[in-house]
Design a protein around this ligand. Structure first.
Ligand code: CUA
Length: 327
C-alpha cells in the first residue's frame, strides 16, 4: 500500500511538472510565440481553454485518487457490498450547472476572439495591405505578388503591414495546407478553391512552417518560410525583383529548381526519389525540360503545368547555363 501511495504521489508530481513546462511555453508543449495579431488570438483562446481543461483534469484525477484510497476495501469481506448511496441533489445540480457555465465561458471567449483571428483586414485599412497568391504544388509553394513577382518556398513580407494570403492549389494537384504557426492558423490549399487568410508580422525575422496536409511522398520536405523585413526594405526588394524577373536575370530559376525539382532530384541533380539529372544532356534543352515540367513523366507529377512563362524560362535558363554545376 505504501508503494502504491508513492507511485500516486510521483504521478501527481509529474503531472504538475508537465503543467509547469506547458505554462512556461517551452518543451514543445505550448504553441510557438505568436508574431501576428491573428496568431495571438489563437494562442489566447488556447490558454483560456487550457485553464478549464487543466482544472477539470486535476479535479477528475484528484477525485479518482481520493476515492481509490479513501474508500478502499480495507478489512471488509470480499463478498460484502460497500455502503449504498442514492442521490445527492446538490451534487447533481452542481455537476450539471458547472459544465454548462464552463462551456459558456469557453464559447463566449472564443467567439469574441474569432473575428480578430478570421477576418482579413480591409484593403483600405490603415497601412494598406499586400495581397499575395499562395499556391501549393507537389512539393513546393509558389507565391505571386501584386506586381507579378514570383517566389518559391520563401515569402518576403513587410513588418507591421497587413498581408492577405489567397491560398489555393492548381487543378491538377492535391490538397496541401499552409501553416506558419507564429503567423496564424492552418489553411488548406485546395485545387479549384481559394481560402483567404492574413497576417501582420510584428517583428522582423524568419517564421517557419510546414505543409500540414499529407500530400504525397515528399510531404515532409514541403516547408515554407516567411521572412518579415522593414517595409521600406520589402518594397525596395519587390521593385528590384520585378525588374530582374522581367529582364530574366533574377535568381528565380535557381529558386524554382531548389523548391520544385531538388526535393526529388537532389540539390545537385544527383538523384533521390527522382532520377539523376546531373550529367543528363537533356536538362540543358529548354524544350525537353518544359515538356516534362508541364506534362509530367512516369511517376513525376506535372509540377509546372500552369507556370507563367517567366518562371519556366527562368528554370530552363538556369539549367541550360549549367546551374547544376554551380555555373
Ligand atoms: Cu503539401 Cu503536404
Amino acid at each position: 500500500m505504501r508503494r502504491s501511495l508513492a507511485v500516486a504521489v510521483v504521478a501527481v508530481l509529474s503531472a504538475l511538472a508537465l503543467t509547469g513546462v506547458a505554462l512556461a511555453g517551452n518543451g514543445g508543449v505550448a504553441p510557438v510565440e505568436p508574431a501576428s495579431p491573428n496568431a495571438e488570438g489563437i494562442n489566447d483562446s488556447y490558454f483560456w481553454v487550457s485553464i478549464f481543461t487543466g482544472a477539470i483534469f486535476v479535479l477528475v484525477q484528484g477525485s479518482l485518487l481520493w476515492f481509490i484510497f479513501r474508500y478502499r476495501r480495507r478489512n471488509r469481506g470480499r463478498s460484502e457490498d460497500g455502503a449504498q448511496v442514492h442521490g445527492n441533489t446538490n451534487l447533481e445540480l452542481a455537476w450539471t450547472v458547472a459544465p454548462v457555465l464552463v462551456l459558456v465561458a469557453i464559447g463566449t471567449f472564443v467567439f469574441w476572439k474569432l473575428p480578430g483571428i478570421q477576418d482579413v483586414p480591409a484593403a483600405d485599412a490603415a497601412g494598406g495591405r499586400v495581397d499575395v497568391q499562395v499556391k501549393g504544388y507537389r512539393y513546393y509553394w509558389n507565391f505571386t505578388y501584386p506586381n507579378g513577382v514570383i517566389a518559391v518556398d520563401k515569402l518576403r513580407a513587410p513588418v507591421g503591414q497587413n498581408v492577405k494570403l489567397e491560398v489555393t492549389a492548381p487543378d491538377f494537384d492535391v490538397i496541401h495546407s499552409w501553416w506558419i504557426p507564429a503567423l496564424g492558423g492552418k489553411f488548406d490549399a485546395i485545387p479549384g478553391k481559394t481560402n483567404e487568410t492574413w497576417f501582420n508580422a510584428q517583428a522582423p525575422g524568419i517564421y517557419r512552417g510546414q505543409c500540414a496536409e499529407l500530400c504525397g511522398i515528399q510531404h515532409a520536405v514541403m516547408k515554407a518560410e516567411v521572412e518579415a523585413m522593414p517595409r521600406a526594405e520589402f518594397e525596395a526588394w519587390l521593385d528590384e525583383e520585378q525588374g530582374l524577373q522581367e529582364a530574366g536575370t533574377s535568381s528565380l530559376g535557381k529558386e524554382t529548381f531548389t523548391g520544385a525539382c531538388a526535393k526529388c532530384h537532389g540539390l545537385a541533380g544527383e538523384g533521390d526519389i527522382g532520377p539523376t539529372l546531373a550529367g543528363n544532356a537533356l536538362i540543358t534543352d529548354a524544350n525537353t525540360v518544359e515538356q516534362v515540367v508541364r506534362n509530367g513523366r512516369g511517376a513525376m507529377p506535372p509540377i509546372g503545368t500552369d507556370w507563367e512563362d517567366r518562371q519556366m524560362d527562368a528554370l530552363t535558363k538556369f539549367l541550360s547555363e549549367g546551374g547544376l554545376n554551380g555555373g
